[in-house]
Ligand binder design. Structure first.
Ligand code: GLN
Length: 454
């Protein structure tokens, strides 16, 4: 299996999905897995995976697709990757992504973008972002599954754009230790796979309490695969009216209707619900995420990690910081740092950051009220469109790109689990996904609902 993937990866270089290949590590791990498989071994034993470049992997370049982390090889292994390797998984290499996970098209990567294996005529399409390399690699069968991270949609949107499954777990289900931080109160890692069953198996191995992450929850991890019974009779599925956006393509609406029909056929009850603060979600996210990012990214100072600018005679420490950060960070990351610094600054803190925190609480309360009224899961589109062309947004206002996250950011703001499942194709033949949002800690129920849509 590992050999087949390594061959596929080399043949798939044009996708630019793998940015650091680790064949020696993969073959060592695969040999060890072969030994282990002679006895009792976990489901993941010997399964070759790709790892998003945001995860620290010991002795292997871990750059978060940024110039500022050029040459950075961590001395330690992230909790998620060590758990996967303990379960016998094989690492094929590191996967492309948007720089520091900031983006929705993979075009902010220092390595250049990954390419979606799906095409329309000969037009190259984005695999989505930020986990675009993970999505492209899984969709093109370069690996059997991949890790992703999701701060505002970075697992679910690329999964939808490439016709695969991706789940963002409840905040705190998966340890963030050893994952390069973007916005710490929103970041969660999760699996990106070909099927819901694979997602369940991978999520099982990734989850669990970690004393090294103070926000990781000390609650039991149920058997996610055993929950995939396909039985959702009597479950209540909420359809939020605020997600029916003006100007939403008819095809997305039709896909949504198809998903509703599938759930109904499986015996679920469909109820109309309201999440009234949805319209504030994007501005709230684009205040909170940059605020946290500006603080997290302050550590890249030219001393502790990766890149340091060449200094001129007479340059002082401030010159070193400024030159290093100007050279090392790409334009989107610099934009986020500036926005974040601004909204946290003394004069504007209350007007922006504090207000965004209050609105975030209201967004969370909307969901709490719906779940308290007996709704088991919420069904929405995953993205407002299918994959768009690479370069298409190059000259657009950055806010145009941010609109991609309109259906996904609420889930991070509320800390809920959300899954994107491929449900159909549009008239161009491109995959479209639906999103299911679940109660906190109910990934098991959520995956079972998603299984019905497969
Ligand atoms: N597209 C969003 C952003 O750019 C989400 C990214 C993510 O989930 N990491 O912030």
């Amino acid at each position: 299996l590992t050999m087949a993937c390594l061959t596929a990866i080399d043949a798939g270089d044009a996708l630019n999905a793998f940015v650091h290949k680790t064949p020696e590590i993969a073959l060592d791990q695969a040999r060890a897995a072969d030994e282990r498989l002679k006895g009792e071994a976990p489901d993941l034993c010997g399964i070759p995976l790709g790892i998003k470049d945001l995860f620290c992997t010991k002795g292997v370049p871990s750059q978060a697709a940024s110039g500022i982390l050029k040459g950075f090889k961590p001395e330690y292994e992230s909790t998620v990757t060590s758990k996967l390797f303990d379960a016998g998984a094989v690492m094929l290499g590191k996967l492309n992504m948007d720089e520091f996970a900031m983006g929705s098209s993979n075009e902010t990567s220092v390595y250049g973008n990954a390419v979606n294996p799906w095409k329309v005529d000969d037009r190259k399409l984005t695999p989505g972002g930020s986990s675009g390399g993970s999505a492209a690699a899984v969709a093109a069968d370069l690996c059997l599954g991949a890790t992703g991270t999701d701060t505002g949609g970075s697992i679910r949107q690329p999964a939808a754009f490439t016709g695969i499954t991706g789940i963002k777990p409840t905040y705190g289900r998966v340890s963030r230790w050893g994952i390069v931080a973007f916005a710490s109160s929103l970041d969660q890692a999760g699996p990106m796979t070909k099927s819901v069953r694979d997602a369940a198996i991978l999520l099982q191995a990734m989850s669990g309490h970690d004393p090294k992450d103070s926000t990781s929850a000390d609650i039991p991890v149920p058997d996610f695969e055993a929950a995939l019974t396909g039985d959702i009779r009597g479950k209540k599925i909420g359809i939020p009216k605020e997600y029916r956006m003006d100007g939403m393509p008819a095809e997305i609406d039709a896909l949504w209707a198809q998903g509703i029909a599938m759930m109904k056929d499986a015996g679920a009850e469909i109820v109309d619900i309201s999440l009234p603060h949805t319209k504030y979600a994007l501005p709230t996210y684009y205040v909170i995420a940059p605020a946290e990012a500006s603080s997290n990214l302050a550590r890249y100072d030219g001393v502790r990690y990766g890149h340091r600018a060449k200094l001129a005679a007479g340059d002082g420490i401030t010159d070193m910081y400024e030159k290093t950060r100007a050279e090392g960070f790409g334009p989107e990351v610099q934009r986020r740092i500036m926005v974040g610094t601004y909204v946290l600054s003394a004069g504007f803190y209350d007007a922006y950051y504090n207000r965004a925190r209050k609105v975030r609480a209201l967004i969370k309360r909307d969901f709490e009220q719906v779940f308290a009224a007996g709704v088991d899961a919420i069904l929405t589109p995953a993205t407002p469109s299918s994959a768009f062309g690479l370069g298409e947004m190059a000259n657009a206002d950055p806010v145009e790109m941010y609109l991609n996250d309109v259906f996904t950011v609420t889930v991070n703001l509320a800390g809920l689990p959300g899954v994107s499942v491929p449900v159909g194709l549009d008239s161009k033949g491109l995959p479209l996904g639906l999103q299911l949002i679940g109660r906190p800690w109910d990934e098991a129920g959520l995956l079972n609902h998603a299984h019905v849509l497969e």
